[in-house]
Design a protein around this ligand. Structure first.
Ligand code: NAP
Length: 241
């Protein structure tokens, strides 16, 4: 299988690229960090340096590519809002990095998936989108947008028999979460996350969320009345601070 992974130079994406390569698939690993790209290339992968926020360069690269069976759009970043200053530039940065760059990849990769066998498009969102979480005004909103975009694409690509999956991880130990200054319940290793994502992809699950003991709690909390959620989240903020 020809597998494309964005954000393959760190964390979850790097582990997915390594695992798919180890399993004998042809992996196209995209990222910006040249040193890691060189390592992936030495391993035998097709490592490509691309800033996905550069729309033109990204679309040009995809236009020159050959068919893909599995595209895992995983690249992203996380920044938290710190009130009292609501930093709109931070919001724009996070939206560009998570939502707009994924949209550019979707534009570029769809024609390649249409030429591939049993095509599968996978977008990495986050369980952070399940409930409003303190300081996640930008990150949570970007992941909610990804959830909507991916779930809508699933409807619109159904006739073309292109499967579409959404990945919603809980906490995974990566450079992205190493920056967090709060407790992260049930945080998994990248190896564990990769195994769960690959298993979900193999089963063509619509939503691949894990660890279930964490994501089901968040899903249940999303159903409680909002005033109650505000009181619970206030207590969480006090415990963190
Ligand atoms: N870790 C978690 O707990 C967690 C939980 C829920 C969801 N997620 C999501 O999972 C995905 C991967 O997260 P991670 O924890 O593995 O993060 P990470 O270790 O920080 O890796 C992020 C990857 O995205 C790439 N990237 C970011 N912006 C890019 C751009 N403009 N162009 C090209 N590549 C870009 C980075 O490339 P370079 O390093 O080469 O710049 C890096 O390879 C993200 O979408 C994140 O939101 C993570």
């Amino acid at each position: 299988m020809r597998v494309l992974v964005t954000g393959a130079t760190s964390g979850i994406g790097r582990q997915l690229a390594l695992d798919y390569h180890r399993d004998g698939h042809e992996v196209w690993a995209l990222g910006r960090n040249q040193a890691v790209l060189d390592e992936l290339s030495t391993e035998g992968m097709q490592a490509v340096r691309l800033d996905l926020e550069d729309r033109q360069a990204t679309l040009e690269w995809f236009a020159a590519m050959t068919p893909i069976e599995l595209a895992i759009l995983n690249a992203g970043s996380c920044e938290y809002v710190n009130l009292p200053h609501f930093d709109s530039e931070l919001v724009s940065r996070v939206m560009r990095s998570n939502v707009e760059s994924m949209a550019v990849c979707i534009e570029g990769v769809l024609p390649l998936l249409r030429q591939g066998e049993k095509p599968h498009l996978v977008g990495v969102g986050s369980s952070a989108a399940y409930v409003p979480l303190s300081r996640a005004e930008a990150y949570g909103a970007s992941k909610a947008a990804i959830e909507y975009m991916i779930k809508t694409l699933r409807i619109d690509l159904y006739q073309e028999q292109i499967d579409v999956s959404l990945v919603c991880p809980g906490f995974v130990k990566t450079p992205l979460t190493d920056k967090n200054d709060f407790s992260m319940p049930f945080r998994l290793s990248v190896g564990d996350a990769s195994k769960r994502i690959r298993r979900g992809i193999e089963k063509r699950q619509l939503e691949i969320h894990f660890p279930k003991r964490f994501t089901y709690i968040l899903k249940a909390l999303s159903l409680i009345p909002e005033p109650l959620w505000i009181r619970i989240s206030q207590r969480m903020v006090r415990n963190i601070g």
